[in-house]
Design a protein around this ligand. Structure first.
Ligand code: URA
Length: 240
């Protein structure tokens, strides 16, 4: 890793926007190798420098990983002529190289992993990996009595597509008409089509887990945060 400006490094580490981290540095809140550095343009070696902000060590990651709570109404794309995209929820200076792992429908909310790590994305999305995805859905209509058994056996969709075994459970903790669905694959509109195949209509859908990663309840819709080191380890183990 070449030497880079301290403000750029801290912004890259998601400590704040470039402007914010410059203010932090000038305020004397940042130490490099034990010495307070007040010059945002100071050059540091991102691999070896010990950078501390407000007493907390900051570690450079060559790649970036964020958990986003996708709101309804934005599409899972990097750029779009007509619609707001999930990438536009990130400040412009952070967007370069980032993309979403997998796709949620425009009206689906919840956990979306945003990264620049193509290999991890590929591994998590590979049909061979069987990474668990947990969804919470509000459903209208009466589900057939053996709906859960049909999910477990490998449900046949209305168009004849056969799904892998999946889990369907009532979720009274969420509300009267809510269910929890666990899938190990990701077909187009899969939850909506599976629920339709057992007599219901999904009126609200959110993803709450992906490969052992749980949506942080502190993240409001539209908010994101960097993954913790433990979360990243969990995910990379899933991707193996
Ligand atoms: N299943 C759906 O139907 N929609 C999503 O966005 C994700 C899973």
């Amino acid at each position: 890793m070449p030497r880079m400006r301290l403000d750029k490094l801290l912004a890259h580490l998601n400590c704040g926007s470039r402007k914010e981290v410059q203010a932090m540095i000038r305020a004397g809140r940042v130490q490099v190798d034990g010495v307070t550095e007040r010059d945002p343009a100071a050059k540091v070696d991102a691999d070896t420098a010990q950078v501390v902000l407000d007493g907390q060590a900051q570690h450079y990651q060559a790649q970036r990983y964020y958990m986003l709570n996708k709101p309804a109404g934005v599409i899972t794309a990097s750029r779009d002529e007509r619609h707001d995209t999930v990438l536009e929820l990130f400040p412009e200076e952070m967007r370069r190289g980032l993309f979403a792992v997998g796709r949620l429908d425009k009206d689906t909310e919840g956990l979306l992993l945003i990264t620049d790590d193509g290999a991890l994305s590929h591994a998590l999305m590979s049909p061979a990996r069987h990474v668990d995805k947990v969804y919470e859905a509000e459903v209208e209509g009466e589900l057939v009595p053996d709906a859960a058994a049909r999910f477990a056996a490998g449900l046949e969709l209305k168009d004849g597509t056969v799904c892998r075994p999946a889990q369907l459970e009532a979720a009274p903790d969420l509300g009267e008409n809510w269910v929890r669905v666990t899938l190990r694959e990701g077909k187009y509109h899969q939850v909506k089509r599976m629920i339709a195949a057992v007599g219901g209509v999904v009126v609200r859908l959110r993803r709450v887990e992906l490969g052992g990663l749980t949506l942080d309840p502190a993240l409001a819709p539209g908010a994101f945060r960097a993954l913790t080191a433990q979360e990243l380890t969990l995910l990379t183990q899933q991707g193996k």
